[in-house]
Design a protein around this ligand. Sequence first.
Ligand SMILES: Nc1ncnc2c1ncn2[C@@H]1O[C@H](COP(=O)(O)OP(=O)(O)OP(=O)(O)O)[C@@H](O)[C@H]1O
Ligand SMILES: [Mg+2]
Length: 544
Amino acid sequence: MATATERIFTEFKEHSVAEFFKKNQQMLGFSGKTRSLTTIVHEYVTNSLDACEEAGILPDVTITITELDKESGKYRIVAEDNGPGIPEKHLGKALGMMLAGTKFHRYMQQRGQQGIGASGCTMDAQITTGKPIKVVSRYDAKRITCELSIDLKSNSPKVMNLVKEEGNFGSGLRVEAEVGDVKYDKSSFGVYEYIRRTALANPHLQITLNSPEGEKFTFPRSSNAIPPRPVEVQPHPLGLTTNDLIDFAHRERECRKLSSFLQERFVRVSAAKVEELQGMLPDIDFNKKPADLQWHEAERLIKAFSQVKWIAPSTDSLRPIGKEQIEKSLKNILAPEFLAITERSPKIFRGGIPFMVEAAIAYGGGAGKENGGVKTSEIIRYANRAPLLFDNSGCAITEAVREIDWKRYGLKNFEEEPMSVFVNLSSVYVPYTSAGKQAISNEEEILQEIKNAIMEAARDLQRYLSGKTRERDRAERKKAILRYVSQLSKDLSELAGKGTPEEIEKMLVRLIETKYSKQIEEGEDEKEEGGKNGKIEEEEEIEE
Ligand SMILES: Nc1ncnc2c1ncn2[C@@H]1O[C@H](COP(=O)(O)OP(=O)(O)OP(=O)(O)O)[C@@H](O)[C@H]1O
Ligand SMILES: [Mg+2]
């Protein structure tokens, strides 16, 4: 008779990453009908933008959504771009294999970083409608047309009905997916809002949405400047764990010595730095092959890294949106009454990963969220210019806004203010809380920097709001005094026995007018304001 152990382990099986995500689709953002549709659009749009930027092309993207069956929530989604296309050799894996792509292994600021976005959509199509996706890839005077699905058991692509044509077809990718259990709506979590926000942070993008209701929305580009191509950077020693160092060392094929490996594969490691490390660790052989590096040696190297002085990593890899572009976009789309933008200098998290925060506060006008005729505040979150619409509460940006004491900036209740707080985090690696890439994890350095950026903008807003309040008070005081002028002029004329009441009234009015405009010129109120701001800075700004 079989033992209990034997019985249990007859059930032992291996599974592929595709099977894992099939079972845990919610981790990829496939949960809820509206969210699932937005996720698909998000994955295709971010891929198009990444591809265009890397190829130096001004992106032109069209998303067409058609309702096929209302009851089962079946829709057709077509995403088309003018990017570089995908070569035949890589097409299957790019769209039909999980954890495959050009981004996961590189330290480069791009929207995608995992290699599961597009293949996740392929999987969603096949498990909700049983249909493969249809692909057209144009590149290098070729056009490849095929159907594609994933063999979930082995996480490998199945390419069907492939047709290859030669000729001048330009370049770009077109993906067509039929998916079930989704819904198109105009909510703040829907595709329209996603595309609107994408346009807001990507002024060089031209994007069109053909909705299932037959409407065509085009967000034209407001800038013809192609953003500089993202550059790949090497990791900084301070950002490494022992496990990372072992991984890099054991994968090394070119450098023959540990000393050259350290210099070639990581930034800021000079020959002098290697010598310094060698002096600290005399029993480690720096001439050994990187592949022979042992765990305990790597552990000591990592510790030594934290004990020597380093030049901070280069921040050339960061591609922020830029103050001018943010201003242009927010003015265009929100037309606020007041706008403050802050662009912080690059900072480092986890010891070695550069990042940068841009923040803006738009107040009044079209800013804020319309809520049953009343305007409320909204937070517009981005990571590497890609909108984050979901998982609001678990995100460092939301947390930063929550931690700010808005009363200090003259706002009684943040929730009820007609304002939009805009934040974009740029980094070669964004620490998302899940594979669905909708929330940034609460890393201490990131959270603090987001807070500082928003507070900087909030100080400008406070200055504007207190100016507005003073202006209103002044106008009211003036109005109150003017009310007595007519009676006073008559009394004065009678008492003095000189001048007509009309003449005196004219003079008095002139006096009041000059008195109140004079207050502004003399900047009396500026003094009062300076005092308030000084206090905020002292209490709140925390720099590293
Ligand atoms: N529109 C496109 N044009 C050119 N290449 C593309 C396009 N879409 C996808 N690719 C290629 O396919 C790969 C896989 O895309 P996928 O969305 O699955 O992963 P990713 O973008 O690398 O990371 P993430 O999972 O975070 O989105 C990409 O890395 C890219 O090389
Ligand atoms: Mg992607």
